[in-house]
Design a protein around this ligand. Structure first.
Ligand code: ZN
Length: 338
């Protein structure tokens, strides 16, 4: 009886051994036949029921059975190792290639580039300044009164009593006028920071391009000519425009520039708040109080300044309604601007 079982198990193991193609199958084989609760251990248990005279032969055959099982297991393990190595060496030239993704400029960087390019063609150079500014450059030299709300902790990230994260790129105009005598004609793109609640409309970090032109006999007509040229080159030549009086501490007079809403053909829509107009920038003639801080003679020189919000421009141009989409690296957004 036991001898029949041994013969049967030997055949079964040899058959199973041919199918041991992966490590899971090999482990299953080990558990089935060679583990402490496996078939072979079970047959060893039956050894005590075998007639005394048959015991030596039974023991011998059981040991041989166990050895056979171990050989099948070792052979399968070695075969698998060799197969894996061969597979790693193999190169299947018929497989389709992996697409490599081309990088591209973020829409904020591209907007800065496009706007800078237009002003560069009009003779403006590009300037830069620090993002950590002193109160003097960010506010005082730009004629912000001591009690101006922008100087409040509510709106500005102060680092200590004297230093802050700049709230606009306008301080660069002070740094330029300190270093160079007029004529000065430059734009200065960069990051700015405001202590605001993050929402679809506002963020704590965004970008601006400020511009400055100071020379003899610069007039408001020069300002209009330059900014209208910019708006037509950037937004299209058919649009209407208007300048509305406004207020900034560092310009006098100050204005905001609107263009006719190209989304609705100036008929009125949600984006233009049903006015038919879109505000695109702030501007004005440099205030004489600013010249006083940089020793430029306001009798001899005059100039204009302007500031453009980059995210707002990109949102208008490309139809975004949430500023957070431009700052949160959602690849579904970024991929749309390949
Ligand atoms: Zn509209």
């Amino acid at each position: 009886m036991l001898f029949d079982r041994i013969a049967e198990l030997t055949r079964e193991m040899r058959a199973a051994g041919a199918d041991l193609a992966d490590s899971a199958a090999i482990e299953r084989f080990r558990i089935t036949y060679l583990s402490r609760k496996g078939h072979i251990a079970g047959l060893f248990e039956e050894l005590k029921n075998v007639a005394r005279e048959d015991k030596p032969r039974a023991g011998k055959e059981l040991n041989a059975l166990r050895e056979t099982a171990q050989q099948i297991l070792d052979a399968a393990t070695e075969r698998l190792a060799n197969d894996t190595e061969a597979a790693q060496d193999m190169l299947d030239v018929t497989l389709p290639g992996r697409m490599s993704q081309r990088g591209h400029m973020h829409i904020v960087s591209r907007t800065i580039e496009e706007i800078s390019d237009i002003f560069r063609r009009m003779g403006f150079s590009i300037a830069d300044g620090p993002e950590i500014e002193s109160d003097y450059y960010n506010f005082e030299a730009l004629n912000f009164p001591a009690d101006h709300p922008a100087r409040d902790m509510q709106d500005t990230f102060f680092l200590d009593d004297e230093h802050l994260l700049r709230t606009h790129t306008t301080p660069v105009q002070i740094r330029l006028m300190e270093r160079f005598r007029p004529p000065i004609r430059a734009i200065f793109p960069g990051k700015v920071y405001r202590n605001e609640v993050i929402s679809a409309r506002s963020h704590v970090q965004f970008h601006q391009i400020d511009g400055l032109f100071v020379d003899t006999d610069v007039t408001f007509a020069d300002l209009k000519g330059t900014l209208v040229t910019f708006a037509r080159m950037y937004y299209g030549s058919s649009l209407k425009y208007r300048f509305r009086p406004s207020f900034f501490p560092f310009t006098e007079p100050s204005a905001e520039m609107d263009i006719s809403c190209y989304l609705c053909g100036a008929k009125g829509c949600r984006v233009c708040k049903y006015t038919g107009w879109l505000e695109i920038l702030g501007c004005g003639m440099v205030d004489p109080n600013v010249y006083a801080h940089v020793n430029v003679d306001p009798e001899k020189y005059s100039g204009y300044a302007f500031g453009i919000g980059i995210e707002r421009t990109a949102m208008l141009r490309h139809g975004f309604d949430d500023i957070r989409l431009l700052l949160e690296n959602d690849m579904r957004v970024n991929h749309q601007f390949n």
